[in-house]
Write a protein of this length. Structure first.
Length: 237
């Protein structure tokens, strides 16, 4: 966390405050988001001094839909953190993408399978559309593997901590939301050739203009190649 400097932290799914306490002890200003109305009073009581001192704000809200722009801004970007349940991982990542200008980065505890997928390279079975989008915007690091025995009750899978750090000189994506739709739709037919998937949107001459072989499949393209294709595909602009 210290790599990001003295930033505001938004914690998704604060629970009873185990991580919240560590963040406060590290002198971060924390916005703890918790949707369980039975847990919110526990947080408020447990951290009453931090709340009174302005170091902590507790929000009763759905973390997957929380408006980060309420507490962060492009002028004062922060860090998103959380222990993400498998079924909410994609939603929280989309939250980060939607509010990208408000973030310096994120640190998540996720299932190890998810961490491997997000950091996968082209031409591997783990490589997918979220990987493509994230790698154009963030440096992705697996900080540590966490054995399932570290939790109680013991889950059926191992976990990993991943850190997403905003790229300072990343490529310009003219319309991020449209780019996400483009990559997702192309990956829905990942075993077909690009020329087949995009035959109504990109001509063979346009493939040639961006130096991409139309006989390749989506899983073979680098994130940068996906962006080049998007930039000549008028359908999504």
């Amino acid at each position: 966390m210290t790599d990001f400097g003295p930033v505001h932290v938004v914690e998704i799914g604060a629970g009873t405050g185990s991580l919240t306490r560590h963040l406060l002890n590290a002198s971060f200003k924390v916005h703890a988001v918790e949707r369980d109305r039975d847990l919110v009073p526990i947080l408020v009581q447990e951290f009453s001094d931090a709340i009174a001192g302005g170091a902590l704000v507790v929000h009763e809200a759905d973390g997957a839909r929380f408006d980060l722009s309420r507490v962060l801004s492009p002028k004062e970007p922060g860090v998103l953190v959380g222990n993400l349940p498998y079924h909410l991982t994609s939603s929280i990542i989309f939250l980060a993408l939607h509010h990208i200008e408000c973030l310096k980065g994120a640190i998540f505890l996720v299932q190890k399978e998810v961490a491997d997928r997000l950091n996968a390279g082209p031409s591997t079975k783990e490589y997918g559309f979220l990987t493509v989008v994230l790698k154009l915007l963030f440096k992705i690091d697996k900080v540590a593997n966490v054995n399932r025995s570290a939790f109680w009750p013991v889950p059926n899978v191992d976990s990993a901590i991943i850190r997403l750090s905003r790229l300072k000189n990343g490529p310009e994506i003219p319309n991020l939301e449209a780019f996400i739709v483009f990559v997702r739709e192309v990956f829905q037919q990942r075993r077909k050739k690009l020329s087949t998937i995009l035959r109504a949107s990109i001509s063979l001459e346009q493939f040639d203009s961006v130096s991409i072989d139309p006989n390749l499949r989506p899983e073979n393209l680098s994130p940068e190649e996906f962006l080049r294709l998007f930039n000549v595909c008028g359908k999504y602009r």
